[in-house]
Design a protein around this ligand. Structure first.
Ligand code: SF4
Length: 95
């Protein structure tokens, strides 16, 4: 399995998982930013769920395609879903 590099700019309180394939390899929820708006869960319920504090966490990162994952990140009103490639480069939100 190839190495997935750690991003240098990860927030302090996160939920994250690594995808096994494709361009998007690391899915991160910034749990300090998350306001429990549920949009990410509505778009990609296999990838995100809300916990008992109403904060999103990553469940199964391989359960849907990359377009849907990107849409779920774009749907977050506070941009709390971050996407990275295998080199640790942030793909969304674009820097
Ligand atoms: S869409 Fe954003 S604010 Fe809403 S639950 Fe997901 S991560 Fe949290």
């Amino acid at each position: 399995m190839d190495e997935i590099k750690l991003p240098t700019n990860l927030p302090e309180n996160i939920s994250q998982k690594i995808r096994s394939d494709g361009k998007i390899r690391r899915i991160v929820v910034d749990r300090i930013k998350c306001i429990g708006a549920n949009s990410c869960v509505a778009v990609a319920p296999g990838v995100f769920q809300l916990d008992d504090q109403n904060l999103a966490y990553v469940t199964d990162p391989d359960s849907t395609d990359e377009d849907t994952i990107r849409l779920s990140a774009e749907s977050c009103p506070v941009l709390a879903v971050l996407l990275f490639d295998a080199d640790g480069k942030q793909l969304f939100p674009e820097e």
